[in-house]
Design a protein around this ligand. Structure first.
Ligand code: BES
Ligand code: MN
Ligand code: MN
Length: 456
């Protein structure tokens, strides 16, 4: 892999310029106004994959945003690596909190600042450049397939059908993904678990029209007050979620597993100071790393209703809304939790309001194996470039594709991410270290190398 590494060093600046070009396309999957940019981003990626050496590329249209597929098959007896990434990004709002425009990447203090810099354009593009470096130097040791989608941030809804329709084409020996974080640049880690998610929107309706809060106030149930009371009831004073049956299927970790989790470096004081908070929340009896990875959660992600404009307006609104998500752990399932939530939320509604619950999207929790050849290859690759053996670590985020490939095609994932918790993904001033971008590009070829070697 020496030629590959030399090639990477010689092309560093171009690798960055191209990523900047991709980042400048505002491919926000959530809002319809960005539809054209989604296709532009997909087209750019397809061209880059072609130039990087793919034999076959295509843009696959779905009911929503297109999926980019590419492959280079060098020999049928060699193992096949399927790379997954996503080109869609989260909305940039609140835009006024950015120090520089979100879709005009800049470098500050050795980091790229922009929406998508880390999640997932930066991390996905590392794979295209690693692939280019291996093909250009004729050091590619595996067959490669790429699937780069545009709906990850909104729940990957087109993926199940796409996978089902393309099962043969997507056959692979491993699903390789860089869309997660490491503990620190000097504490490399590999993600071995992801939480699932159930995302719902609720609507609480009261009177048939907005009312004057003086003439009617006091007698009529205010939907916003009702919604707040209902939300408050979803957790008890110990931080446990009160939905009946919610914890029934949760797999508890053994004392040994918890002890090994506790070995990873973590400091509560630094964590609080970084966030500017004096106290933390969560279920009693669990550490912060546990609360954010192996325990389920319930959070309100947005709440609205009534008057929120300038000044004041005395009104009892007819309706109130909230977006609520629950992070799930093995063996909870998104459909069952959605069902339990809906029943319970309706049951706790006070008389005088009506409740509607709409299911937005779901993803299933997953734990990946540390005993596989693919895990071993990732471990060896990171040890090679970081000079330290990476620690297996479960993460709190969700990536729907992981469980889909596992269940539908029996292909297991390796989550070799190079981001950091401090990269502010989904937040203003998202960033990605140049160290991380280049370290990713340098490490990926070793994964291919060791994966091919260990597969022999
Ligand atoms: N890359 C993230 C997931 C992630 C981030 C995993 C950090 C581990 C560490 C991904 O793009 C994401 O944001 N996923 C959504 C999934 C959802 C919309 C189905 C999430 O976790 O909120
Ligand atoms: Mn992502
Ligand atoms: Mn994301």
């Amino acid at each position: 892999m020496q030629q590959t590494q030399n090639y990477i060093q010689a092309n560093k600046q171009r690798f960055l310029d191209e990523l900047f070009e991709l980042i400048r396309i505002p491919s926000v999957s959530a809002a319809a106004e960005y539809k054209d940019n989604m296709l532009r981003a997909a087209t750019f990626i397809e061209q880059q994959l072609q130039q990087a050496g793919a034999d076959r590329t295509e843009i696959c249209f779905t009911n929503h945003h297109p999926i980019v597929y590419a492959e280079k098959i060098i020999a049928p007896q060699l193992p096949t690596v399927l790379v997954y990434g996503h080109y869609d990004v989260q909305p940039a709002d609140p835009i006024e909190l950015w120090d520089s425009p979100p879709f005009e990447p800049i470098i500050k203090n050795g980091k790229i600042y922009a929406r998508g810099a880390c999640d997932d354009k930066g991390q996905m593009y590392m794979h295209i450049k690693a692939f280019e470096a291996m093909t250009a130097t004729k050091e590619l040791p595996c067959n490669v397939k790429f699937i780069i989608e545009g709906e990850e941030e909104i729940g990957s809804e087109s993926l199940p059908y796409f996978i089902q329709q393309n099962a043969e084409k997507l056959k692979a020996d491993v699903l390789l993904i860089s869309d997660t974080n490491m503990i620190a640049n000097d504490v490399p880690s590999i993600t071995v678990g992801l939480r699932g998610i159930t995302y719902v929107q609720v609507e609480v309706s009261g009177p048939n029209r907005d009312l004057h809060s003086g003439t009617y106030g006091g007698a009529v149930v205010n939907p916003i007050n009702a919604l707040c009371e209902m939300i408050a009831k979803l957790k008890d004073t110990d931080g446990r979620i009160t939905i009946p049956g919610f914890y029934d299927k949760v797999v508890e970790l053994s004392a040994t597993e918890r002890a090994s989790m506790a070995e990873a470096p973590f400091d509560v004081a630094t964590y609080k100071a970084d966030l500017g908070v004096e106290a933390l929340a969560g279920e009693k009896g669990y550490s912060v790393p546990e609360l954010t990875s192996i325990r389920p959660t319930l959070d309100v992600n947005g709440i609205w209703g009534g008057y929120t404009g300038e000044g004041s307006k005395t009104v009892i609104p007819a309706k109130a809304y909230a977006k609520i998500s629950m992070r799930l752990v093995p063996n909870q399932t998104s459909a069952e939790i959605a069902q339990q939530f809906t029943e319970h939320f309706k049951a706790i509604a006070p008389k005088g309001v009506q409740v509607k619950v709409d299911f937005h999207h779901g993803a299933e929790p997953i734990v990946t194996s540390v005993g596989s050849i693919a895990y071993k290859a990732a471990e060896m690759a990171m040890e090679k470039t970081f000079g330290k053996k990476p620690i297996p670590q479960r993460s709190g985020g969700s990536i729907p594709v992981v469980q889909l490939f596992n269940d539908m095609l029996g292909v297991n994932a390796v989550l070799m991410g190079f981001g950091l918790d401090s990269d502010a993904i989904h937040s203003p001033n998202e960033n990605f270290g140049l160290f991380n971008y280049y370290k990713g590009i340098e490490t990926i070829p070793y994964f291919y190398y060791y994966f091919a070697e260990l597969s022999k």
